[in-house]
Design a protein around this ligand. Structure first.
Ligand SMILES: [Zn+2]
Length: 272
């Protein structure tokens, strides 16, 4: 095997603290450092950003990041997470966020799809994450589901904020606006899906400037085509399927997409 045959990828969003990995997390972690075969391609994962979804999850992400050099921790409270006391959890999360080994703030954002947490609380938490991100100079990881009309006005007035719109599933106009505002756009498995409802997203994937493009798995969710239905969960090495699909849509080589998205990810979390 020549090293040039191996595609090196960087997964910018994986919830490896999720309960889906409780039974065999050690195995998943030990596999991560090696070379895998995914859909006939040799894949090496050079980095994985682990976003926290609440205080406990954020602590796990920090702990995992101390175990493998490939792991980078982010801390945050997901808009759908239950919080007992926002003020207490928030204070502890801020302390965690200051650590040198925490590279980003999130996952945060707004979600009108599941609507578990009242919108007022979601906005309060989102704005706290934004202030923290700006204060610490660490990028923000944004979740936006059916909430573009709420998220965009907040981003427009948040001067000095940078980060990523993760698992992007918006329109061309929304993509262009977040690019103009200085954000990166991260694609997950939706671009690999062939359903008609994703054709708009395929077009968006063609027009994102290469230097703002990122890829992610959102593990354990969003298993990519053609493994959907076969695998019960997603893992970081499968991010290569997103790179392959972007290469196809953008008429570029997989190697180029893998390289540019890895460079972008490193620039985003300042590990260049
Ligand atoms: Zn997520």
């Amino acid at each position: 095997m020549k090293t040039s045959d191996v595609i090196t990828v960087f997964d910018t969003h994986a919830h490896l603290d999720s309960a889906e990995f409780d039974v065999d997390r050690g195995v998943v972690f030990s596999r991560l450092s090696g070379v895998h075969k995914v859909d006939g391609k040799l894949v090496s994962v050079s980095g994985v950003v682990l976003p926290g979804t609440d205080l406990r999850s954020s602590r796990s992400c920090v702990e995992f990041a101390s175990l493998l050099t490939e792991f980078y921790a982010a801390v945050g409270i997901h808009p759908n997470s239950n919080v007992d006391s926002i003020d207490v959890d928030w204070r502890k999360l801020c302390e965690l966020a200051e650590r040198d080994d925490v590279v980003a703030i999130g996952e945060t954002g707004l979600d009108r799809y599941r609507n578990i947490t009242p919108m007022e609380t979601q906005v309060d938490l989102f704005c706290r994450h934004i202030d923290l991100s700006i204060r610490l100079g660490k990028p923000i990881l944004i979740h936006c589901r059916d909430a573009w009309d709420d998220v965009l006005p907040i981003l427009r007035r948040s001067k000095g904020l940078t980060g990523v719109i993760h698992s992007f599933n918006g329109t061309r106009e929304q993509a262009m606006e977040v690019i103009d505002l200085g954000f990166y756009v991260s694609f997950a498995a939706q671009v690999t899906y062939r359903n008609e409802k994703f054709t708009g997203l395929h077009e968006v994937a063609k027009i994102i400037p290469a230097e703002r493009l990122l890829i992610e798995t959102d593990s354990p969710y969003l298993v990519p085509h053609p493994f959907r239905g076969q695998l019960k969960r997603n893992e970081p090495s499968y991010v290569v399927m997103v790179a392959i699909r972007l290469a196809e849509l953008r008429q570029e080589s997989v190697e180029y997409i893998a390289k540019i998205t890895t460079q972008n990810a490193k620039r985003l979390i300042k590990i260049m």
